[in-house]
Design a binder for this molecule. Structure first.
Ligand code: SF4
Length: 251
């Protein structure tokens, strides 16, 4: 059995739910294959390397966009951070440009990077099923990520990358004008809302961002790793749907 892989996956789940704070109190010392300890794994998961990039003098050009198409044309060649050099495809977002509902994830993964679309592959299929369960289709909503390019090895986004890319998402939100946003995973929620809380806490509240209601639930990839979280996700999306129906007077 690959204990190292199991430990890393379990820690990823803990990090998804509780963030860095919980990981920092662990001090396990089970030796791994290469004779390092889990402490090293925790350090790697919690503290991505710092990255310093010069500011882009033309970064505000995209703010003048009047449509998603115009925005895409301006930013799809973006190299404001180093992920622009390592990406295979830029992952802008997909769905209804006039959607009432937006789903926001953290960053493209390997499959998204290959296909140039957010939430494809197994996690994407599960997301489609979750939407179906609350009577929504992918074509009705708009799906995007905080980062438009894949961080290598699916590491967490660096603060400098979020700082440079988040305005792209904020412009998408401004153009789409959704009534509600569902954040998929803790990182998407804390980076969108600017609140460093656990996912457990984030899931309890309905937040407001520029007049848009924002809620959070688990990332579908976390549900695939840990099916025990599905019940909580189901409760979250039912609550999300109920609030949406109340807001739009559908029920
Ligand atoms: S992640 Fe965002 S800021 Fe970085 S290169 Fe890609 S689009 Fe630009």
């Amino acid at each position: 059995m690959d204990y190292q892989k199991l430990i890393v996956e379990a820690l990823k789940d803990q990090k998804e739910i509780f963030g860095d704070d919980l990981l920092e109190v662990f001090n396990l010392s089970v030796p791994t294959e290469n004779n390092s300890t889990n402490e090293n794994i925790i350090m790697n998961l919690s503290k991505p390397e710092l990255e310093i990039n010069p500011p882009n003098l033309f970064e505000d050009d995209f703010q003048k966009s009047k449509s998603l198409e115009e925005l895409f044309n301006i930013i799809h060649t973006c190299k404001k951070c180093s992920l622009g050099e390592t990406r295979t495809k830029f992952v802008f977002g997909t769905g209804n440009p006039n959607a009432d509902i937006m789903l926001v994830g953290e960053a493209p993964g390997a499959e998204e990077d290959k296909q140039g679309e957010p939430f494809v592959g197994r996690a994407g299929k599960l997301l489609t099923d979750i939407l179906k369960a609350i009577d929504l289709s992918r074509d009705e909503v708009y799906i995007a990520n905080i980062l438009k390019c894949r961080p290598p090895n699916n590491r967490d986004p660096l603060p400098s990358e979020v700082e440079k890319c988040r305005p792209h998402l904020m412009k998408q939100i401004e153009l789409i004008k959704p009534k509600m946003i569902l954040c998929l995973g803790r990182i998407a929620a804390i980076e969108l809302l600017g609140k460093k809380l656990t996912l457990t806490k984030l899931r309890e509240e309905v937040y407001e961002l520029n007049g848009v209601k924002v809620m959070a639930t688990y990332h579908p990839a976390a549900l695939l790793r840990n099916p025990g979280l599905k019940r909580g996700c189901w409760e979250d999306v039912k609550k999300f749907r109920k609030l949406y129906d109340e807001l739009t007077g559908k029920k």
